[in-house]
Design a protein around this ligand. Structure first.
Ligand code: ZN
Length: 427
């Protein structure tokens, strides 16, 4: 029995339903298909897929992830046997564009016309160049056991620059490009049905606009795209991740709130940059508006506002952060050894790190334990302390991205301590 996704969505937006883990919702993998009218269906997956059938044809907006393409194919085939004539990739992230070959390999199935923004093929090319890096960072971000990242992609057959439109039987689909989470984003608008497919420009959590380990994002352009969508009068929003949203007021509310969230962070960061501030000032002084941080659909549980600030600095500035010591720095380990010598030993730094962590200052504790561990790499007790501090730090963080990176550090030190005690080199 399919869950009522629209009722859940409605309850969350009105505040009647609370205590639901939006992280789980935004990363849902039920792969259940929900019919949203005669010609329209939505598959809840990681990432979601929208299907439109009409005139004996089928079009998909997004096509399933590298992990769930098979399940998405099965769900769509339970709804329609129509050949997949068109597929739109909202962007080239690997959770959105892996399902097409499952349809094309059906016997007698024609080749699908895959449509995407013109910047998308270059993304796939880059993924081939940085396959190892992407494997490692996704292990950190998603706590995977192995570096899994694809190196073969179903490239688009047709690309567009600003906008395009397709017609599936009776249904007209407008495609619009705006930068946002990526430089290759497309959002889709079905004017007759008043249905909006946002791709990842809306995902039920704080925008993935700061991701520490990934390439440039575009908060200002993202907000502008949301404002454009807000004016359409959409009655249904089908997001890249998370639940479908019904009702013009609900759609307008989430688009407007997310735009305001990005606009505020961008304006604050630019004001400080323009006044000559250092990156350090931006990191500590720019804050997301409190009233927006309370919204259930803007929780900083995947990405977070502080990381967006770094992206703004990178977008509009250079890589120099304003601190001259970091322009041509010593090796981190050299600084750590010097500090340990001044303090009276790496142990002193580690002990102070514990005190700071116990007092709740996880940021400062992080600096000191890194120095202690770098100054005394072969000290298993210090590795234990480092693991314990990051274990504690994970508890105090909200975002999957921060938890993933600190979790990786904990894992490194747990392994290092074990290897040191066993007297064998670290694996
Ligand atoms: Zn996505």
């Amino acid at each position: 029995m399919a869950r009522d996704l629209l009722a859940l969505s409605d309850g969350l937006l009105s505040g009647e339903i609370r205590g639901v883990d939006n992280q789980l919702l935004s990363m849902a993998t039920s792969n259940e298909l929900v019919s949203l009218g005669d010609d329209l269906a939505f598959v809840e997956s990681f990432a979601n897929v929208t299907a439109i059938r009409s005139g004996g044809e089928l079009t998909l907006i997004d096509a399933g992830s590298v992990l769930y393409a098979k399940e998405v194919h099965r769900a769509i085939r339970s709804w329609t046997p129509n050949p997949l004539t068109n597929a739109v990739y909202t962007h080239g992230h690997v959770d959105h564009c892996f399902g097409v070959p499952n349809f094309e390999s059906e016997s007698g199935h024609p080749k699908t016309n895959v449509i995407a923004h013109e910047a998308l093929p270059a993304r796939f090319d880059r993924y081939k160049l940085t396959n190892g890096y992407n494997g490692v960072i996704n292990m950190r971000q998603f706590r995977l056991g192995a570096p899994i990242f694809p190196d073969e992609f179903r490239y688009p057959d047709e690309v567009f620059t600003d906008s395009a439109s397709i017609t599936v039987g009776e249904v007209r689909i407008e495609l619009h490009h705006d930068k946002g989470e990526t430089d290759d984003h497309t959002w889709a608008w079905l004017p007759d049905q008043k249905v909006l497919c946002t791709g990842d420009l809306f995902i039920w959590v704080s925008p993935n606009c700061g991701n520490p380990q990934k390439v440039q994002r575009f908060p200002r352009e993202w907000a502008a795209a949301l404002r454009k969508m807000e004016d359409l009068g959409a009655e249904m929003l089908l997001p890249g991740h998370g639940l479908p949203i019904a009702g013009a007021d609900n759609v307008k509310m989430v688009l407007s709130d997310t735009a305001e969230f990005l606009e505020s962070i961008t304006a604050q960061a630019l004001e400080l940059m323009n006044s000559g501030a250092r990156l350090d000032d931006l990191i500590h002084d720019v804050k997301a508006p409190e009233h927006l941080l309370e919204r259930p659909w803007l929780q900083p549980i995947y990405d977070e506002p502080e990381f967006i600030v770094h992206n703004i600095w990178r977008l509009y500035g250079g890589w120099y952060n304003g601190n001259p010591a970091t322009l041509k720095p010593s090796r981190d380990a050299e600084v750590a050894l010097e500090m340990a010598a001044l303090a009276g030993g790496a142990n002193v730094l580690a002990e102070r790190a514990i005190e700071l962590a116990d007092a709740g200052d996880m940021r400062l504790a992080g600096h000191l334990i890194e120095m202690a561990a770098l100054a005394a790499e072969d000290n298993a007790d210090i590795q234990d302390t480092r693991a314990a501090i990051y274990r504690k730090r994970i508890q105090s963080e909200t975002s999957l991205m921060a938890k993933g990176i600190f979790g990786w550090a904990e894992h490194e030190s747990t392994n290092a301590a074990k290897a040191l005690r066993e007297g064998s080199p670290e694996q």
